[in-house]
Design a binder for this molecule. Structure first.
Ligand SMILES: [Zn+2]
Ligand SMILES: [Zn+2]
Length: 493
């Protein structure tokens, strides 16, 4: 291995004194603030109030500290670099593992498709072969029949040839009649037994094959960019519901009524909309839950005056959202004191209702009709694929995200990533991905439509204790527990 003499890279002899381009003077000063060599004129002008020293003064100070400087590099910086190198190796391994796991998922799906195709092919094969067997069995029967007839005719012909001389006329005529009958009766209609099942091939359309095979997507393509923020107050922002890109309804822990906030011009105004939770439908109708008054779910006009509503008593409404099918989804909970200790009388459910309160369906138990779906559900959102996503508290400090199909089948339960998980809010994007706020760990999780973790959309560097969320088209609103509202542009292309 070639060894480069250090002196050739770092010359220490001062054979050449550089000149200042600006002032045409010797460069004999070093500015400690700017880490630059300068001339005496620079020192008086651009670097006037800076900490500069003559090169010999600075040099001798550096020499005194040299041992310390180098040993710091050797001990601390080297160790840090080594750690980064180790991290890089680990990351390579991790990347390999992750890729392998995705490849094996693809292989598994491919095998499943192939075995399904195999099944379909077998079924088609069977149909063809069954027809062949049925038809040929008929043909064989008819063939046997013909062979018998042929033998019979042959016998009769031989008999007539042999015996016609000794036969009475009567007998001859009778036998010839039999012969004619036998010969004319050999029409066995075997054409009817032609193989009649045909195979017609289907279209191999690239699009449908792609949709069966699935696709790859790049997590780097999911990104969020902060576009605006507003310090609303210093209270916990319980509810945040976007009305459009710029406006949202919000309520903090202190207020009973919502305020309308325009994030662009930073204006907040009283909305006259009072209640616990709020949901704004695509049409702009506002529905509010309120357990202090009756009816418990109220539809409001845009001005905030109550129009109509329906009662949920004795159950108390918690979360509310618009259904992507029709009507609303409302979380209903029995009014009891021991909220995490359920007994047979406890009610914890999501009710799908029409806009006038007629019950369409209730989601309370799993398919066995006995196992409860929820402990304390409090936020609900219906995904574009009609799945129902429910934030469910399991204790004072833990929770989970329950994902149900609209037919009531429990699809998955998300428990976070290795840390104690206590989700606060959930929204769904236009591609049915699920976004969950993790207040405790200051993160926003991005999940696939099946509830599989994809990545952290936001971490503690972007948000602190995010609680309430709302997604309007690609504008993601996040409200934290200290009154800060942040708005992000969410990209997933
Ligand atoms: Zn100069
Ligand atoms: Zn300077």
């Amino acid at each position: 291995m070639a060894v480069i003499p250090v002196s050739s890279i770092y010359p220490y002899a001062q054979e050449h004194i550089p000149m200042c381009i600006k002032h045409d003077l010797n460069i004999d000063i070093t500015c400690e603030d700017c880490d630059e060599f300068i001339c005496s004129q620079c020192a008086k002008t651009d670097h006037k109030d800076h900490d500069w020293k003559t090169i010999p003064t600075a040099g001798s100070r550096r020499r005194k500290e040299l041992k310390k400087t180098l040993s710091k590099v050797k001990e601390k910086d080297f160790a840090e670099i080594d750690e980064k190198i180790m991290k890089a190796s680990k990351q390579r391994e991790g990347n390999k593992k992750c890729c392998d796991s995705e490849v094996s998922k693809l292989q598994k799906h491919y095998d499943a498709i192939v075995s399904k195709l195999d099944e379909i092919k077998k079924h088609l094969d069977t149909k063809l072969v069954e027809n062949l067997e049925r038809k040929n069995a008929e043909v064989s029967k008819k063939k046997l029949d013909l062979e018998k007839k042929r033998d019979h005719i042959k016998d009769l012909v031989e008999f007539l040839e042999d015996k016609h001389g000794t036969m009475s006329d009567y007998s001859l005529i009778d036998n010839l009649r039999d012969l004619t009958n036998l010969v004319s009766n050999t029409d066995s209609d075997i054409e009817r037994e032609d193989h009649s099942v045909r195979y017609r091939r289907g279209d191999i359309s690239e699009g449908s094959l792609d949709s069966i095979m699935g696709q790859t997507f790049d997590l780097d393509d999911f990104s969020v960019t902060e576009t605006d923020s507003f310090q609303y107050g210093d209270e916990h922002l319980y509810v945040l519901e976007a009305i459009d890109e710029d406006t949202c309804l919000t309520r903090d822990g202190k207020s009973k009524c919502f305020e309308r906030l325009n994030i662009r011009n930073k204006k907040k105004e009283n909305s006259n909309i009072c209640g616990n939770k709020v949901c704004v439908t695509d049409k702009g109708d506002v529905y509010v839950t309120d357990y202090r008054c009756k009816p418990a779910i109220v539809r409001l006009s845009p001005s905030g005056s109550a129009c109509t509503g329906f009662n949920t008593a004795p159950l108390v409404p918690f979360g509310i959202c618009q259904s992507t099918e029709e009507g609303l989804l409302v979380i209903l909970v029995d009014d009891c004191t021991n909220i995490f200790h359920l007994d047979s009388k406890s009610r914890r459910l999501v009710r799908h209702v029409t806009l006038t309160g007629d019950v369409i369906r209730e989601y309370e138990y799993q398919e066995d009709g006995q196992t409860r779906l929820f402990t304390l559900p409090y936020k609900v959102r219906q995904n574009g694929n009609t799945d129902i996503c429910v934030v469910n508290s399991t204790s004072l400090s833990t929770g989970e995200l329950v994902i149900l199909s609209s037919s009531g089948f429990l699809k998955s339960v998300y428990h976070g990533q290795n840390l104690i998980f206590d989700p606060a809010d959930v929204v769904c994007d236009a591609h049915c991905n699920i976004i969950v706020s993790d207040c405790r760990n200051s993160r926003i999780h991005l999940l696939s439509p099946d509830g599989e973790f994809m990545k952290y959309l936001l971490t503690e560097n972007d948000v602190t204790k995010p609680y309430s969320m709302s997604l309007y088209k690609s504008t993601l609103w996040v409200g934290d527990i200290k009154g800060l509202i942040k708005v992000f542009q969410f990209n997933n292309t």
